[in-house]
Design a protein around this ligand. Structure first.
Ligand SMILES: CC(C)(COP(=O)(O)OP(=O)(O)OC[C@H]1O[C@@H](n2cnc3c(N)ncnc32)[C@H](O)[C@@H]1OP(=O)(O)O)[C@@H](O)C(=O)NCCC(=O)NCCS
Length: 197
């Protein structure tokens, strides 16, 4: 790791060893702990904590006041909204040592987690899933699902560009921005591969 390949504000604290890829930006008062892997182009906002052994893929955007605890992994292009909360112990008690007893949370590629929401540990967030602001996630979230509320419930589907998908009777929806088409089949969404010929 070369210090020249990424930017860290002078108030950031970076413990060693850790791997920080090129193009990463680490802003004011943030703390990266030992054995972390931070992928290319990640942005860690102000007052962000990355706990030991956490892995972030490429281009993960972490907004202000987010702590990513051991047991959490974020794949490429994940967006973590301001002050969202991860957890890693399901039944914490101050007087009982549960260090190392962490439940895992995998946030898959392209997912967005809204501002001030909470992910109860042990639940995965599917690819391109969208968690609304203030939601409390207590179950696995399927790919492309939009969930809101406490406890969070699915109210729809979102495209990779972050638009609501309205499916027609054939189970096909068009993203208004990217013009890509999606299929809803057996209560699961996938993006259609268009024939560009
Ligand atoms: C979830 C979200 C994408 C929905 O946007 P939308 O598709 O435009 O939804 P609408 O505003 O049309 O709302 C649809 C319904 O869902 C409800 N709703 C929307 N967002 C909600 C939320 N976060 N929590 C609970 N209910 C919500 C609305 O009240 C509305 O309910 P109604 O049908 O009973 O009136 C958006 O509200 C949201 O939470 N975005 C995340 C913003 C954020 O955290 N950004 C972080 C970077 S700054």
């Amino acid at each position: 790791m070369s210090e020249k390949e990424y930017f860290a504000h002078e108030t950031a604290v970076i413990d060693q060893p850790c791997q920080i890829a090129r193009g990463v930006k680490i802003w004011h008062f943030s703390h990266v702990m030992e054995n972390c892997q931070i992928g290319e182009g990640c942005n860690l906002g102000q007052n962000v904590v990355i706990s030991p052994n956490v892995k972030l893929g490429k281009n993960v955007k972490v907004q202000n006041n987010v702590s990513i605890y051991t047991g959490v992994e974020c794949e490429d292009d994940v967006f973590l909204g301001p002050s969202m909360v991860f957890t890693n112990v399901i039944n914490p008690r101050s007087a009982v040592n549960r260090r190392g007893d962490y439940q895992k949370t995998l946030v898959k590629r392209g997912a967005t987690i809204g501002a001030n929401s909470t992910v109860v540990c042990g639940h995965d967030i599917g690819e391109f899933a969208f968690i609304g602001a203030g939601a409390v996630v207590t179950k696995h979230v399927p790919a492309y699902a939009l969930v809101v509320g406490n406890p969070s419930k699915q109210i729809g589907w979102m495209s990779e560009y972050g638009h609501r998908l309205e499916f027609n009777e054939e189970g096909i929806a068009l993203c208004p921005e990217s013009k890509e088409r999606y299929q809803l089949k057996d209560n699961a969404v996938s993006k259609l591969k268009e024939n560009k010929s």
